[in-house]
Design a protein around this ligand. Structure first.
Ligand code: MN
Length: 242
């Protein structure tokens, strides 16, 4: 039998060592993690809060469908397998990210892919666009001088991230900061250049825009601002300030 089948069977039999070692006997016997989910299914692909075509004309329906149903689904499936193999079924994802440099690349790449996309969908809304208000607006003005300066800096950071990656607005001890990460890294990871609490993200992998915009990443970034969900970002900022 292959390694994954072996691991799955081991977990089901309760002989998975680190995988199932600390679980109560009844959960172990049922092949469940402590969260009560079947081993290897710790993380679920989230449903979108809106239809695939809801962000048209800014983000096209086919891009959304492929991005969610294939790319995000793939990261989720592979992360579950990696978590099971590494014996991390009972470790929270933020705890994993805090020391991700210790773990196999499959944990870093697929964990980031799973978590980042989950946040990315929330960062967009059919009712999005415009400018933020309230405390977030004040904080952006304090850290960047003005909302326009912030948006320009975030757009530039997204446009100039070399190759695949993400642009982020992050809450740090020094205020709000714009940064980027390569591949599927994120600011919760110990490997990130700027670490902090992510408030907003833009996926700049080609799969996020190539069908509609081909090589014109800047057109996609301009389109993104029309659907950005400031209510969600404000909620994240409020959490960061707690
Ligand atoms: Mn993506």
């Amino acid at each position: 039998m292959d390694k994954r089948t072996f691991l799955k069977r081991s977990a089901l039999l309760g002989v998975g060592g680190a995988i199932a070692g600390s679980l109560p006997g009844s959960l172990k016997a049922a092949g469940l993690t402590s969260a009560g989910r079947p081993a290897g299914e710790s993380y679920k692909l989230p449903e979108l809060d809106y239809a695939f075509d809801a962000l048209e004309p800014y983000i096209d329906a086919m891009t959304m469908e492929i991005h969610h149903d294939r790319h995000h689904a793939g990261y989720t499936k592979n992360f579950n397998a990696a978590v099971l193999e590494a014996g991390l079924s009972d470790t929270g994802i933020k705890e994993i990210f805090r020391q991700v440099s210790k773990y196999p690349a499959a944990i870093r790449n697929n964990g980031g892919g799973y978590w980042n996309h989950k946040m990315y969908w929330k960062c967009m809304s059919p009712n999005g666009g415009g400018e933020p208000a309230g405390d977030l607006q004040k904080a952006l003005e304090k850290s960047f001088g003005s909302f326009e300066n912030f948006r320009e800096q975030m757009s530039k950071t997204a446009a100039t991230q070399f190759g695949s990656g993400w642009a982020w607005l992050v809450s740090t001890a020094d205020g709000l900061v714009v940064t980027s990460t390569p591949n599927q890294d994120n600011p919760l990871m110990d490997v990130a250049g700027v670490q902090g609490f992510p408030l907003l993200c833009i996926d700049v992998w080609e799969h996020a825009y190539y069908l509609k915009h081909q090589n014109m990443r800047t057109d996609y970034i301009e389109a993104f601002w029309h659907v950005v969900n400031w209510d969600y970002v404000s909620g994240k900022y409020a959490k960061a300030m707690k």
